[in-house]
Design a protein around this ligand. Structure first.
Ligand code: SF4
Ligand code: SF4
Length: 103
C-alpha cells in the first residue's frame, strides 16, 4: 500500500501515500499531477515516479475515493526540488552539512 523513501539526511523524502485497493481508475491523479508521479494503469493508477512528488496536494484533493494522502511541506523539500530539477530519483538534498554534495 504505502510507499516510503528517505533522504540521506534522514528526513522522509515526501509524505505521499497511495492505497491502490481504493482506486477506481478515474484517471484524475495522473491528469492533475504536475510531475507525472501517477500514471494510468490497467485497472488502477500506478505510482510510477514517487520521488518526484512535490507535495502540492492536487492528487489528494481530486481523488474521489480518498486513495491518496499527502501532507504539504513535511518531506525533505531540498531533496524533492533537486529530484524535480534534475529529473532523476535524487534522494539527497546535496547540502554538504547534511547529505553531502551531489556527484
Ligand atoms: S502531491 Fe502533487 S506532485 Fe505529489 S503526486 Fe500529488 S499531484 Fe503529484
Ligand atoms: S484519483 Fe484516486 S481513484 Fe482516481 S485514478 Fe487516482 S488514485 Fe485512482
Amino acid at each position: 500500500m504505502a510507499k516510503s523513501s528517505s533522504c540521506a539526511c534522514g528526513e522522509s523524502l515526501n509524505t505521499l501515500i497511495y492505497d491502490p485497493e481504493l482506486c477506481i481508475n478515474c484517471g484524475l491523479c495522473s491528469s492533475v499531477c504536475p510531475h507525472g508521479v501517477f500514471t494510468e494503469g490497467d485497472g488502477k493508477a500506478v505510482l510510477s515516479k514517487y520521488e518526484e512528488c512535490m507535495e502540492c496536494g492536487a492528487c489528494q484533493i481530486n481523488c474521489p475515493v480518498g486513495a491518496i494522502h499527502v501532507e504539504s511541506g513535511v518531506g525533505c523539500a531540498a531533496a524533492m526540488i533537486r529530484a524535480a530539477l534534475l529529473r532523476r530519483n535524487e534522494v539527497t538534498c546535496g547540502d554538504a552539512a547534511c547529505c553531502g554534495p551531489i556527484k
